[in-house]
Every structure is written in C-alpha cells, then in structure tokens.
Design a protein around this ligand. Structure first.
Ligand code: 3HC
Ligand code: NAI
Length: 705
C-alpha cells in the first residue's frame, strides 16, 4: 500500500481509506493502492469483506485532471487506465462496499460502481461530470451506469454532466442505502448484513436487466441527442450518448472498447484542452498574489443595496439565496414596488419550474427588506450601490453612505465603467470602497468583476473574493480603468462588429458568424437585448474623451435617436414581434447604406473569416494591453471573465486561449495588417508582439509570472 491508500481492520472487515487531499482524486498511486488493498483483502483469510471510504471532505472526486494535460502533451507516455483496477474490485470474491460522502464524481463514481454495493450519506452527490471537461467517462462509466440506473438516467447523467443527490441515486439504483449518522459505521453494518445473508456479491458489469431493448431505448437516445444539440459545437455530449448507446447494443467488453475510442477522441481534441484550462482557470482566479489566507476577512452577516432596478434586484436575490439578510433601498415607492415585483416573479418562475419549493422562495423573500429610508444601513457589513450610471450621482450616494455606514463596512459600487477611485474620493474611507461589477441578469450570470481601487484594503479584497464564492459567483479581481476588463474589451469587439456592418456585412451576417463561432448571441443582438440606450448614455457621458480623427461607430447612436432602443421598444438592430423574435429590418439596412455612403465608407463583401478575425483579434489585442497594464492578473483571468460574463464558449477556452490556439504569430500579423488598413484603433499591443516574436503563448506567459 502507499500513503495515499491504507488498509486497516474493523474486526473481520478490511477498511480501505483514500488519503489524497484535497479531493481524493485518482492521482498516480491511488488506483494502484486500491488494487493492492483489494488483493490483500481477498488473500487474507481472516477478512470477510471490505469497505472503502475517503478521508477528509469527500469520496473520490474523479481522475486527477492534471494528468490529462500530461497525456495530451506527450509528457506522460501511457494513458489513464483504471479499467483493470475496477474489474479487480468487482472480481473480489469477498463482498465490498463503497462508502460515499461529499462527491463521487467521474472516475470516483466509476470506481464505486466496481464495488458490489454502495452506501452514502444523505448530503453526498454522485455524477459523471466529464462532459464539462470536454471528455466522456473513460473508466466504463457509460457501461456500468446504465446497468445500475437504467438507460434514461445514465444517458442524462453522462450527457449533461449534472450530479444527482444521494436520495435520487438511491431511487434509481446507483446506491443501495442512505446512511444516517456515522458513514463508516453504517457501511460496516450494511456489509455485515450482507455477509450474514450469504448473498453472492453482485457484479455490476453482469447486471443486464436495466439495459432495455432497442424499441424502448430509441426514443431516449433521440431525445438526448436533440437536447445535446443545444450545446452546439460541443462534441462530448454526443460522444457520451454514443457510448451509453454502445452499452445497450454491445457486450460489456466491446462497449468498454467503444467508450475508450470515444474518450480518446475527446481527450485529444482542442475542446477538452480548452475546457480543462477553464476548470483550472476558475480556481486560479481566486489566487491573488500578495493576499494569502492569513489576511483577515470581514464577517458578512447583513447586507444592503441601493437601487432596486435591473441590477439592484438581482444582487439582492444573490444575497437572499445565500441566506444573508439584505435591505434594498429605493427613492420612490413605485420603483421599489416594481423592483420587488420582478424579484417575486423571478422566484415564482423557479418554483413553477420545480427548481425549489415554495417554502424556499418564502424564506428568501423574507430575507429581503424593501424600504425608502436608510434605516438599518448602519448595521450592514456590506452596502452595494446600484443606482443609475453617472459620476455625480454615485459620488452623492457614496458621500451619504460615508455618514451612515458603520466603520469597517464594505462600500461596493456596481458601476460598469466609472472610476472607482473617483467614487471612493467622495468618502473618508477609500480603503473600504471597491467595485462589485455584476452582470445582467445579476441573479443568473456567474461573473463578478471585483474592481480594486488604488487604496482598497487587502481585507476588503479578500472578503470580496470569498463573498463571490458564497454568492455562487466566480469572482475575478481586476484593476480600475474605463470598463475594467470585460467591458473595456467588449468596447473593441462591439466597435468592430459595427464597423463590419458599415463596411458591408448585414447585422444578421455579423451575429450569425459569431453565433456559429460559439458565442451565446451575436454582439448586435446582445445590444438589442441589453438596451442600446445604455451604451448611448455612457457614450454621451464620455463624449469629451473621443479623439478627433479616430473612427467611431455611427449607427447605434442613430438607432437610439430614432427611438430604437432594442427589444424593449420592439426595434433596434432588428425588429421584434410580440414574442421578441427578431427579423432583419430593411429600414436599418437602408440607414446603414446611407450612413456609409455619407461617411464615404467603401462597402464590399465581407467573409465570415474576416468577421471572426476582426472581432476576436480586437478582443485579444485589447486583452494583451490589459495584461501589460496589470489590469488583469493573468491571461486566464480574462478568459474566465469572458466565459462567465459574456457568453464566450467554454470549449474555446476564452479569447486569450483562443488566440493561443490560432497561434499568436498569426494573430499579431493580422493585427498589424488591420493597423495598416484601419489605423490607430488597431495599434498592436506590445505584449502581443513580444509573445508572437518569441513563439510563445499567453498560457506560457501566465506560467512564467
Ligand atoms: N483533479 C485534480 N484536481 C482537482 C480535481 C480533480 N478531479 N477536483 C478538484 N481539484 C482541485 C482543484 O483544482 C482545487 O485545487 P486548488 O485548491 O489548488 O485550486 C482543489 O482541488 C479544490 O477544488 P475546488 O476549489 O473545486 O473545491 P470545491 O470544494 O469547491 O469543489 C469538487 C470540490 C466538487 C470536487 C470540484 O472540485 C469538482 O467538481 N471537481 C471536478 C470533478 C470532476 O470533474 N471529476 C471528473 C474528472 S474526469 C474523470 O474522472 C475521468 C474518468 O472518467 C476517467
Ligand atoms: P436601473 O435604471 O434599472 O436601476 C437604477 C435604480 O436606482 C432605479 O430604480 C432608481 O430609482 C434607483 N435610484 C437612483 N438613485 C437612487 C438613490 N439615491 N437611492 C436609491 N435608489 C436610487 O439601472 P441598472 O441597469 O440596474 O444599473 C444600475 C447600475 O448597475 C449602473 O451603475 C449600471 O452601469 C450598472 N450595471 C448595469 C448593468 C445592466 O446590464 N443593466 C450591468 C452591470 C452593471
């Protein structure tokens, strides 16, 4: 055995413990250790069976994801093969029980399914989340799971990757008992019952009774494939379905072989490399140089929000969802009622869809206190401002907060563009002021850009990062500049989308190409959804910063002047019917042609390739400038911002990772060409130039930091 896996005794039962913190992943040594422990149990005449349990927080949370990169890069020669280990558990002549707490995910569930029985605590979860890494189960999960849970449940779990609770796992047959009280004691008791009953230990791979027949299974696979199409370019869900289908059509061994082929195809794809980058990236962004675990956090027990508009309401929901009482203040009863009605409607929708029961909604609503006064603000540990975007108003609000908030309270602004230091200057405590930039709808979008001011304290930053996790957000720390990371880059992206339209592409061609690329929506359609007036107002506020002689988009402001604010007015870049379905509008096309003619813009045919290059390379070039300036800590932070806040496809890894995939030399050369053709807006970033010339990637740049 090894330090990672140990075998002890509880009377006549062997207890195998996995000890590979933090999540007991199947790192090298763990599968071998399990196989050795099982062999020892089988050989030891004084032992009648075995229980396996994870030390610490969890059972086995899966294969060690770090190993995948070593395999695809050629650093590790042999692949990952847990199949023999799992078969050896299944073939153990003595009964074995997997005792599950925390998560049995991926390879963890696959190992558990090799055991003859599985018991779990009620809070445990089991799942095959591999598709979220762009791969599929690779240790016979697609073959054993349908044999335990039935085809429909197995195909769902393997294709969408979402976990199921212990309760559901019991109902469908993945586990055999839920243990109340001590897990090990419960597992030992369960095994003793089985030993006493003299039951032949069942081998999952031989249990074919739930595999159904072709006629019953066909509609299940058809429905799963239709559902998986919604993941658009993503290969893994379709491959997972195919592998489960193989379980229903082939022998166990042939099914396993098919799974392996599909697993390897997925593993060696760009998609899984990108998604594994995203997995680690989401954890990397939490690591802030200079702010370690020793930094004291501010305890957040009570919160307050100013403004119950689009954002304030969603932010209040985040707090209530996390069980934190929150006051929400407005200026008029009408605005307050409107805000609360939207919150109630959002919760009601979730109840109606069965996401949680009415009692949960009632509890959450009860945590939200709507009011017109500042009563109770003096007790809040954090106050988040979400009033209209305008410096004068923000400063007025922060000056008031400075008088009311208790010492040590965090004062956060949800501004999407404004200078946090200037906002902080309205207070006597700028070290407690920070940007908490949520994304619309704030209760849904996972991103929280945390904007550090010049003097924001480490405690306030550390608390904000931890709070993001508590609110189920991905917090990314960014520096203070116009638009921070996300919107600053979006500005370049949106600008190019509009220039392309002025130069001859139709709005639906620009949106269509980017949708096909994988974006959740095209940029012009997003503008219509968010409201074109939002950007219009911001542009007016920053008009004085516009440089003479530098090209700027012409159409969006004209659409606003025509009252075309987007979906909310039934017309923007497109026109909308009563179901908000968009269709191209000849009036807009005419407007574009007229404006282009007046501005003497040469209209031409624009290829899809150019649409992708102009928009994506604009993101990458600006991202490189943001990195140079230290506004983002790492390239991966930018990727995480884009994936969680802007609908960027995770399977492309984010814009900076996409740049690496294309090759920075190619990106840089095109940026230089665009600079020649279009002028200073395309000034190449120095960092992009340096990396391109050195033949390096942004990922390498991150690693070297
Ligand atoms: N491999 C390697 N490292 C892992 C890991 C894994 N499977 N799962 C988690 N980690 C690491 C994280 O990177 C993080 O490291 P850090 O502290 O250095 O940043 C640490 O463990 C803790 O992870 P989280 O911050 O995510 O901790 P949480 O408590 O929030 O979540 C979890 C725990 C639910 C287990 C979550 O980490 C998770 O979902 N992990 C991935 C599970 C997964 O995808 N398993 C399938 C792997 S693929 C597979 O098994 C293939 C097989 O079919 C052959
Ligand atoms: P909104 O117009 O929907 O809501 C603002 C609310 O603030 C209004 O209900 C208004 O009555 C209220 N308000 C104004 N002054 C107040 C005061 N002194 N006290 C209490 N309430 C007051 O605006 P939205 O969209 O919610 O934007 C709020 C902030 O969030 C802005 O800074 C905006 O830039 C930012 N933001 C907006 C996003 C969006 O997509 N709408 C995304 C991210 C940030």
């Amino acid at each position: 055995m090894s330090e990672l896996v140990s075998l002890s005794r509880a009377g006549e039962i062997g207890v195998i413990s996995i000890n590979n913190p933090p999540v007991n992943a199947l790192s090298p040594g763990v599968p071998e250790g399990i196989a050795a422990a099982i062999a020892e149990v089988a050989a030891d005449a004084s032992l009648k069976g075995a229980v396996m349990i994870g030390s610490g927080q969890t059972f086995i949370a899966g294969a060690d994801i770090k190993e995948f990169g070593k395999i695809t890069s050629g650093q590790r020669k042999e692949g990952i093969n847990f199949l023999d280990v799992i078969k050896s558990i299944e073939d153990c002549p003595k009964p074995t029980v997997a005792a599950i707490h925390g998560t049995a995910f991926g390879g963890g569930l696959e190992v558990a399914m090799g055991f003859h029985y599985r018991v779990a605590v009620a809070s445990a979860q089991v799942g095959q989340p591999e598709v979220k890494l762009g791969i599929i189960p690779g240790a016979a999960g697609t073959q054993r799971l349908p044999r335990l849970a039935g085809v429909a449940k197995a195909v769902q779990m393997c294709a969408d990757g979402n976990p199921v609770s212990a309760k559901e796992a019991l109902a469908v047959g993945i586990i055999d008992r839920i243990v109340d009280g001590d897990l090990l004691e419960g597992a030992l008791a369960f095994l003793r019952e089985k030993i006493a009953a003299g039951e032949q230990p069942p081998k999952t791979r031989e249990r074919n009774e739930k595999l159904g027949d072709e006629a019953a299974n066909a509609p299940i696979f058809e429905a799963a494939r239709a559902q998986a199409k919604k993941a658009r370019g993503l290969m893994a869900p379709q491959a997972a379905i195919e592998a489960v289908e193989a379980a229903t059509k082939l022998s166990f061994d042939k099914g396993v072989a098919r799974e392996r082929e599909l697993f390897n195809q997925c593993l060696h794809s760009d998609q899984s490399k990108a998604m594994i980058h995203v997995f680690f990236g989401e954890r990397e962004v939490a690591k802030i140089p200079g702010i370690g675990r020793d930094v004291q956090q501010i305890e957040i027990k009570k919160a307050a929000i100013i403004g119950a508009g689009t954002m304030g309401g969603g932010i209040a929901m985040n707090y209530a969802n996390a069980g934190i009482p929150v006051i929400i203040k407005e200026t008029t009863q009408e605005a307050l009622d409107r805000g609360l009605a939207i919150i109630r409607k959002n919760y009601q929708n979730s109840v109606n869809k069965g996401r949680f029961p009415q009692e949960v909604m009632d509890k959450r609503m009860a945590l939200i206190t709507p009011q017109l006064s500042y009563d109770g603000f003096e007790e809040a540990d954090i106050i988040t401002e979400a009033v209209f975007e305008g410096m004068a108003l923000k400063k007025e609000v922060f000056a008031e907060l400075d008088k009311i908030a208790k010492p040590g309270a965090i004062l956060a602004s949800n501004t999407s563009t404004l200078n946090i230091d200037e906002i902080a200057s309205a207070t006597s405590r700028p070290e407690f002021v920070i940007g908490h930039h949520y994304f619309s709808p704030a209760n849904v979008m996972r991103l929280l850009e945390i904007v550090r001011g010049q003097v924001t304290s480490k405690e306030v930053i550390a608390t904000s990062m931890a709070l993001a996790k508590r609110l189920k957000k991905v917090g990314v720390l960014v520096g203070n500049c116009y638009g921070f990371v996300g919107n600053r880059m979006l500005h370049q992206y949106g600008r190019e989308a509009q220039f392309l339209v002025e130069e001859g592409a139709k709005p639906q061609e620009v949106d269509g190409a980017l949708y096909k690329f994988g974006m959740a929506m095209g940029p012009l359609a997003v503008g219509d959804l968010a409201g074109l007036d939002v950007g219009w107002r911001i542009r007016k506020e920053f008009k004085h910063l516009e440089k003479a002689g530098v090209r700027h988009p012409l159409i969006a402001d004209l659409l606003c002047e025509m009252g075309r604010y987007g979906q909310k007015t039934g017309a923007g870049w497109y026109k909308y019917d009563e179901n908000r379905k968009a269709t191209p509008d000849p009036e807009v096309e005419k407007l574009i042609e007229d404006v282009a003619a007046e501005a003497q813009i040469n209209r031409r045919t624009i290829t899809e390739e150019e649409i992708i290059e102009r928009t994506q390379y604009a993101l990458i070039n600006e991202g490189a400038k943001i990195l140079e300036e230290g506004i983002a800590l790492r390239a991966v932070d930018i990727d995480i911002v884009y994936i969680n806040g802007y609908g960027y496809p995770a399977w492309r890894g984010g814009p900076m990772w996409y740049g690496d995939t294309v090759g920075l030399k190619k990106v840089y050369d095109r940026v230089c060409q665009f600079y020649e053709e279009h002028g200073e807006l395309w000034t190449p970033a120095t960092l992009l130039k340096e990396l391109a010339e050195a033949g390096k990637t942004f990922a390498e740049y991150d690693k070297a930091k």
